[in-house]
Structures are given as C-alpha cells and as structure tokens.
Ligand binder design. Structure first.
Ligand code: NAD
Length: 433
C-alpha cells in the first residue's frame, strides 16, 4: 500500500515543509536485498562495565568490518554493569558517537539477566531497558535501538546477526532475552532452513505470503495453508515458491489431523499467521463476531499446536511462531474481540515455551506486528490509518517483509535459545509502549 506522505517527505519541498511545520519526518528505511544484504558501513564495539562476554568472534562473523568512525552499527556490551555508578559508562560510551551513526543504523545494547540476589545489579540492568526504549524514541533517521539480555554470545549469534542487519529495519525499542539452550549452527547462513519444512497459515496473501516467500528464500520447503475460498491464490504463491498449497479452514475441528496427514514426513516450522478482524464496540457486537475472531485467532492456534506437538508431527528442533498484535498489548477501541485473541496468543507463548522446549525440543515465540501496510490496514478509515502509521518512532507503517524477516529469525536453527519471546514489529509504536 502506498504511503504518499513518506514519498512526499523524501522530496525537497516535502523536507522543507515538514521541518517548518514540525511534522513527522520518516526516513526511507533500508531493507534487506540480495544486492545489499548487510548494513552499509562498519561496526563499533563498545563496552560499559567489566564484561566477561566472549563477543568478538561472533561480531567478526556479522560481515560488518570493525570501524571507529561513522558506524552503521554500534554494539554496547553492558552485561558487566552492576551498579548505578557503572551506568555512567553507558553515557560516556554512546554520547560521543551517536551523531555519527549512519541513517538506518543500529544500536544494540547487551545486558545481563537480572540477578534476583542483587537488587543493585537488577536496578542497573533494568535501567538499560528504559534507556533503550528512550533512545529508540529520540535517535531518528531510521535508526533502531534494541536490548538483548544474554549470558552466552554464541547462543545469541542469530539474534545479533538479525538485529545488526537490514532485516530488522522495523524492529526498535525491543528487549529480547536469549537463554542458554544449545543452538544448531546452519551449514550455510544464507540458506539456514535448507532441508526444513515450514507450514504457514493464512499465506495466500498479506503478511503470510511474505513469510512464505522469506522462509522459502532461506531454503525451507513451504506449505501454504489458507481457506478453501482462497485456494487459487494459495496455489499461485505455492507454485512460485516451489511449495505446496493446503486449502483448509484452520478452525475445522480436524485441522491438526489434516495437517499431519498432509505432512507424513513431519514439520519443522509452524507459523500461525491466519487472523481476522470483526471490529465493533462491545455494546454493538453480536456474539458471532466475538466467537469468529476468538476461533480463528486463538482457539484454532491452541488446538492445532496441541495436536501437532502431541502427534509428534512437529519434529525435535522445531519452531512455532504465533502472531499476536500490539492490539493484544495496548488494546484498541472496537477490538475487544481481537485484542482478547491476540493477548491470548501472548499467554499461550509464555506458558507453553518452557514446556515445549523441555518435552519436545521445540521453541515457541510470537511476533506482535504494529501497523503493517496490508489489505487489513488499507480498510481502516483514512484518519485513523494515518495516525496508526505515524504514531511510532520510525513515523511510518511497516511492510509485510518486516514481520517475515522477524519470523525467519525466530524460525532459524540457531535461534534455539530464543524461547517464550514476544517481539513487536511495530517501529516502536507509541501504543502499549
Ligand atoms: P490478511 O487479511 O491480509 O491475510 C490473512 C490471511 O488469513 C488471508 O489470506 C485469509 O484468507 C487467511 N485466513 C483467515 N481466516 C482463516 C482460516 N479460518 N483458516 C485459514 N486461513 C484463514 O491479514 P494480514 O494483514 O496479512 O495479517 C496476518 C496476521 O497478522 C493476522 O494474524 C493479523 O491479525 C496479524 N496482524 C496484522 C497487522 C497489520 O497491520 N496488518 C497488525 C497486527 C497483527
């Protein structure tokens, strides 16, 4: 969908007017392409506090050359910060370099898990979260700021590669925790999903189609599931990607069994993307609108997940990525049904993730998109749509590819230590911030 304001602000009169009138000035974001797979520029590695992290080998593998000037990426290792005095090193490390970070550049702050036995360490480490979110809101020029809490740099390699690449263009102000579960390093980082099968629900169009494209790009064999009415579109997507289509209403009572039947060799990656809205204020909402949304967005996700885990269709090393929404975090007028269903996804992820990993060696995470330019958001009335687009730190809507790239990172074989996370792909939306 066209964002005419974004195009206009890229012109000379647009720049003049937005500056004079104090209007939002979104920067054109640099996204991943085969021609430009990496950030255009070098990486600056800074440390605040005394760190024990063995970070250099992982950073060396990001393809970004080390630089001291005009970095495209800054990694601030603040894992060793244990006190408020130490925090002053965050200021002294970043303050001098901020201006020189290139447009669409990245700041990644590394923190440590909060120590339950040391409230001074916990205060200082939690401070990094407020710092990250605040810097994300002020840094501008399409630059992003994220915090990764980790103890083992190797376990965080896929996460660091993602956040230090153009693939994370619309992910900002996020806090990601990386655990210590063993990770599988792919033979080829350019085709990490080679030999894996991925099923994406609701993939005949929109975000699901972009997810299917991106997972296929990364080497997966894709199964494009959508309702029987969208079969022609699902086949078109599947044919283009060398995958197969599976016409199926995900709310069918036997949907899990039908998926298992279609995948006799099992499944590695399950993406719950299908979703609907049936907006009305609660006072005007007939029961069937409530039921439909809860059925498609949540109940079917619970049912198929349970079935495919129990049946063993989801193989060890598997990945589940469900789709929440900022409406499930912040709430939205007219969306009590939708907000409930998407918050439910977050509850499901948080509860199931540790058990699914322990019992099935499967990770469970969620993406929570903000305003993404799709048919779903094109249907929103103009003024509300314009507010949704601008009310985030990047002052623009995201593209389906932004959700897809985030999904691909969570589905990555080397992301085995990323579990139970809800990652917002929202340009740091002010809603629910
Ligand atoms: P979309 O309407 O463009 O596509 C959704 C797809 O799901 C369609 O192809 C539809 O046929 C399919 N689908 C619907 N019900 C189904 C069912 N019962 N069984 C199988 N397939 C079904 O939507 P989108 O904008 O691409 O959204 C994709 C997901 O992202 C949804 O879960 C949505 O709630 C979520 N999301 C979107 C945005 C956004 O800004 N677009 C924001 C937050 C969350």
């Amino acid at each position: 969908m066209a964002d005419r304001y974004l195009s206009f602000t890229g012109t000379a009169p647009g720049r003049f007017l937005t500056r004079r009138l104090g209007l939002p000035r979104p920067a054109a974001l640099k996204r991943h392409s085969p021609e430009q797979p990496d950030l255009a520029g070098g990486l600056l590695h800074l440390t605040a506090g005394k760190s024990d992290l063995d970070l250099a080998p992982v950073l060396a593998r990001t393809n970004l050359p080390a630089t001291g000037t005009d970095p495209a990426a800054v990694v601030l290792d603040a894992t060793g910060i244990r006190s408020i005095e130490d925090l002053s090193e965050v200021h002294s490390a970043l303050h001098p370099v901020l201006r020189s970070i290139t447009p669409s550049g990245r700041v990644v702050v590394l923190g440590a898990p909060l120590d339950p036995a040391d409230h001074h360490q916990a205060a200082a480490q939690q401070a990094l979260e407020g710092f990250t979110r605040s810097l994300g809101k002020e840094i501008g020029r399409g630059r992003t700021v994220n915090l990764v809490r980790l103890t083992d740099a190797e376990a965080a390699e896929s996460t660091l590669r993602f956040l230090l690449s153009p693939k994370s263009a619309y992910v900002s102000g996020q806090v990601v925790e990386v655990g210590t579960a063993p990770v599988t390093t792919p033979a080829d980082w350019n085709r990490p999903l080679a030999g894996r099968t991925a099923l994406i629900t609701g993939a005949a169009r929109g975000i699901g189609e972009a997810v299917a494209e991106t997972l296929a790009r990364d080497g997966a064999k894709v199964v494009v599931l959508d309702v029987p009415q969208a079969e022609a579109d699902a086949r078109r997507v599947a044919d283009r990607l060398g995958g197969t289509a599976l016409p199926l209403d995900i709310t069918a009572a036997d949907a899990g069994a039908r998926i298992a039947e279609a995948l006799p060799d099992g499944l590695d990656i399950l993406i719950h993307n299908a979703g609907i809205t049936r907006d009305r204020r609660l006072v005007n909402m007939p029961a069937e609108r409530w039921i439909q949304v809860l059925e498609v967005n949540l109940a079917s996700v619970l049912r198929t997940t349970d079935f495919l885990l129990t049946a063993g269709t989801l193989k060890p090393g598997g990945r589940i990525v469900a789709t929440a929404s900022i409406a499930g975090i912040a709430g939205n007028a007219g969306q009590t049904n939708y907000g409930a269903s998407k918050a439910g996804i977050i509850g499901l992820v948080r509860s199931l993730a540790p058990r699914a990993l322990a019992d099935h060696d499967v990770t469970v995470n969620a993406v929570a998109p903000g305003f993404i330019e799709t048919k779903m958001t094109a249907a929103i009335p103009l003024l509300i749509r314009e507010a949704g687009r601008r009310m985030n730190s990047l002052a623009q809507g995201g593209q389906p590819i932004d959700v897809a790239e985030t999904t691909a990172w969570l589905a990555h074989p080397a992301s085995g230590a990323v579990n139970g996370q809800v990652v917002r792909v929202c340009g740091q939306s002010l809603l629910g911030a």
